[in-house]
Write a protein that binds this ligand. Sequence first.
Ligand code: EPZ
Length: 427
Amino acid sequence: MEKIIIEGGNPLYGTVPISGAKNAALPLIAATLLAPGSFTLHNVPDLRDTRTMLKVLETLGCSWSRKDNTVTIDSTNITGAEAPYDLVKTMRASVLVLGPLIARQGFARVSLPGGCAIGARPINYHLKGFEQLGVKTTLSEGYVEARSPGKLVGNVVYFDNPSVTGTENLLMTAVLAQGTTVIKNAAREPEIGNLVDMLTIMGAQIEGKNTDRLTVQGVESLSPAEVTIIPDRIEAGTFLIAVAATGGKVTLTHCNPSHLPSLIEKLRLAGVQIESDASTITITCPVSRNVENGMVRSVDIRTMPYPGFPTDLQAQIMALMVFGDGVSIIHETIFENRFMHVAELQRMGAEIRIDGSTAIVNGGKKQELCGAKVMATDLRASASLVIAGLAAKGTSEISRIYHLERGYEDMVTKLKELGAHIKKVHE
Ligand code: EPZ
């Protein structure tokens, strides 16, 4: 096992390139199952989760190769239909192979993902949507078996919550169904727009990109494609929040500022300076303000589906609000257990109180965090602890960093190049 050691209190300066989006790469890798042939995906981040998804495709008969951040996938011969438990339990997004397998070959057997640290993570919306397209789903021995008795038929599908992977799974099924499918209350995350673009290049007919109503005209077949993964808005947001916490001046390159409307607004309200153009964001925070006095303005946060404040940045902004000049109320509306980072931040001296799905973060006086030995519990909680360690006084040790490596490409290297005193060591 490895851990991260951070000497806190050093401001960050320089330029950092943002990698491709994990949450776009996963559905787009799954979408290669929809058509036989060779696909080329550019800007694919090399992460634990993308490696797991490629392993799932291998078990289904695909072959793939990687050169730098370009991945080539050949899905000509699908020899299997099962995503096994030992892979799905490590990454619940493996359920994204359900939709394309049903559309391609009419059958799929995927282990139910089970819950994770942040919540129960059910897939009932996915299964209900498949049923509405004519798929029969049964649950047995922890697996969901999905079978289409005949041709899939388009229908109206409505999501109670705008599910991100639910929208992606149904899109990847509807594109090969007969007739028209309308997905209502669809999620609008930019990663879904990236999938819509890929499916369109493959020959799909989809209207309503980036809206909550997607209309799909089913087609007979699709063709392979060459696509580029969009920048990772959550990685970009994580770095912006880290600089706001430590002070300094950093330019993010290869990113898309338009994918971070709510975070940029909140950081400006917190008193940091942000400039951006089409593919870069520069954040400037006076060191004196953020390290000695430990003060940014406290802001309230309510996580919402896109374009609201992303739940995937909630843990990170909480670490920043520890240095707020007042009280910050953070309301987590998406997942039922996404405050696992709070106990670890409290061990560093943070004053945070939880009341149901709300966290009250007391910044106020010259709040300081003291470095400590802390434990990562999930992907974004790990990022929160890294940010806290960078801004704390003294040394922090973060264990179980395999969580972090699921979703951040070379984070330690990137932070080191910005002047952070950070290293990865074997426990
Ligand atoms: C995606 O998860 C992301 N993962 C998550 O990112 C992200 O936090 C989440 O969307 C919300 O933005 C990927 O894209 C691979 P949902 P997903 O379905 O699709 C409930 C990260 O850190 N729900 O949009 O699983 C669900 O419980 C990860 O990168 C049902 O009840 O999330 C939740 O409360 C963590 N039934 C809400 O809807 C369902 O069938 C939104 O979940 C599906 C979802």
